[in-house]
Design a protein around this ligand. Structure first.
Ligand code: ADP
Ligand code: ZN
Length: 346
C-alpha cells in the first residue's frame, strides 16, 4: 500500500506493508547514501552492497553531536551534494541521526527511512522530529523535517530481540491510551506472540499507529498543542531512562503509570483505568513499578525541554483514549512520584 502525505515541513511517501526490495526503485544508487548501525550491518549488510554505506555503532549513546560531526566529514569525503539522499535503515537512533544530519548538511538535503524496529516503525520514523542528545538531556538539538519516504518491511523484525519488541509495544499502548480505546481493547485481547506470529495483525497494528500519529502531526506539526499528547508517559519516563539507564519503552511504561497516578490526583480519574493499564503492561512484558529516589527524579525532570518556569506540561488522561495537557506544579509532580514510589515498595 502506498500513499503520500503533505505536511507543512515536507511531503512523505508511505510504503506500508512493503518489501525492502522496493528500495532500488525509490532510491537511485547514484544519489543515495545509506546510514546503518553495526547490528543492521551484521544482519542485513549484504542487502546494501550496491549502495554507499556509512556504519555507526549501535545504541542511544551514539545519538550525539560528535556522531553527527564525524558523519558530516564522511559526507564531505563522499562529495554528497544537494541532490543526495540520506537513507537511515535501522531503529530510532538511526532515524534521529539520519534526519538531523540531512536537515543541516548543506542547509538541508533529502532523507528517507527504512525502520527496522517496531518502535521505529510505529513512532520514531514518523512525524519528522529528528535530533541528538546533549549530555543527559534528551533530543536537545534537533529539527522538524519530514522524510522523503518511509518504507515499511516487517520482515526486518524477524531478527529483533524480545526486549526491542516490548519497547515498541510501550509506544503502541501509549497510542491506545491517548486516543484509541478500540486499540486498547485489541491489545488487551492479544499478546506479543499473537502479533509476532501473525503478519497481517502486525501490519494492521503498525498501520493504525502510523495513521494515528500522522493525524496528530498533520494537525500540529510544530507541537504547539495536540502533538504534546504524544509525550504521554515521557516526562517522568525520560527522567527514569536517564537516571536508571532503562530502555526507552520500559521507562515510558513506568512514566505512563506515574501519569495515571497524577491523573487520579488532579483529575479524579477512576483507579480502574490504572488497573487496566497495569494488566496490559504485564501482558506485554513491561514494568509497572520501580524503586526511585523522588528528589533525584525531580532534579532530572526539571531539566526537561517541556519545562515552563515552575510548571511542567504533563499529559494526563480523562479516560482511556482521552488525553489532556495539564501544566503541573513541581509539588503536584512530587506527590505523584511519591505515590508511585510508595506503591512500588508494597
Ligand atoms: P529504538 O528503535 O528502540 O529507538 P535503536 O535504534 O537503539 O532503538 O535500536 C535498538 C537496538 O536494536 C539497536 O541495538 C539496534 O542495532 C538493534 N536493531 C535494530 N533493528 C534490528 C533488527 N531488525 N534486528 C536486530 N536488531 C536490530
Ligand atoms: Zn517514545
Amino acid at each position: 500500500m502506498h500513499y503520500t502525505i503533505n505536511f507543512p515541513a515536507g511531503q512523505t511517501d508511505y510504503y506500508l506493508n512493503s518489501s525492502y526490495s522496493q528500495l532500488l526503485q525509490v532510491a537511485p544508487i547514484a544519489h543515495s547514501i545509506i546510514i546503518i548501525d553495526e547490528n543492521i550491518n551484521r544482519f542485513y549488510g549484504h542487502l546494501f552492497t550496491e549502495y554507499r554505506v556509512l556504519i555507526i555503532e549501535s545504541g542511544e549513546e551514539v545519538k550525539t553531536w560528535e556522531t553527527i560531526r564525524l558523519l558530516a566529514e564522511k559526507l564531505v569525503q563522499f562529495e554528497a551534494h544537494k541532490t543526495s539522499v540520506l537513507i537511515g535503515i535501522g531503529g530510532g537512533v538511526i532515524c534521529d541521526i539520519t534526519g538531523f544530519l540531512a536537515s543541516i548538511y548543506m542547509r538541508g538535503i533529502s532523507f528517507a527511512f527504512v525502520p527496522t524496529t517496531l518502535l521505529a516503525m510505529v513512532d520514531a520514523s514518523v512525524g519528522g522530529k529528528n535530533g541528538v542528545n546533549v549530555g543527559f538531556s534528551k533530543n536537545m538539538l534537533g529539527t522538524i523535517n519530514q522524510p522523503k519516504f518511509i518504507l515499511f518491511d516487517t520482515a526486518f523484525l524477524e531478527t529483533l530481540p524480545e526486549q526491542e519488541w516490548s519497547n515498541g509495544f510501550a509506544e503502541i499502548i501509549k497510542y491506545a491510551c491517548i486516543g484509541n480505546p478500540h486499540l486498547f481493547e485489541q491489545l488487551a485481547h492479544g499478546t506479543p506472540a499473537s502479533f509476532q506470529t501473525k503478519p497481517k495483525s502486525l501490519t494492521l497494528l503498525i498501520d493504525t499507529c502510523v495513521q494515528q500519529k500522522n493525524n496528530i502531526v498533520l494537525a500540529d506539526e510544530q507541537e504547539k498543542n495536540l502533538r504534546k499528547t504524544l509525550n504521554f508517559g515521557h516526562t517522568a519516563g525520560h527522567a527514569f531512562e536517564t537516571l536508571y539507564h532503562l530502555p526507552h519503552g520500559q521507562a515510558v511504561a513506568l512514566g505512563m503509570v506515574v501519569a495515571l497516578i497524577a491523573s487520579e490526583q488532579t483529575l479524579q480519574l477512576e483507579k480502574d483505568v490504572r488497573q487496566k493499564l497495569l494488566l496490559l503492561l504485564q501482558q506485554y512484558d513491561l514494568p509497572y513499578q520501580l524503586k526511585i529516589d523522588v528528589a533525584k527524579v525531580m532534579q532530572t525532570l526539571k531539566h526537561d525541554k517541556k519545562r515552563n518556569n515552575e510548571l511542567v506540561d504533563f499529559i494526563l488522561l480523562q479516560s482511556i483514549g482521552e488525553a489532556v495537557i495539564v501544566p503541573l506544579a513541581f509539588d503536584a509532580i512530587t506527590a505523584a512520584l511519591q505515590a508511585f514510589e510508595d506503591e512500588s515498595k508494597s
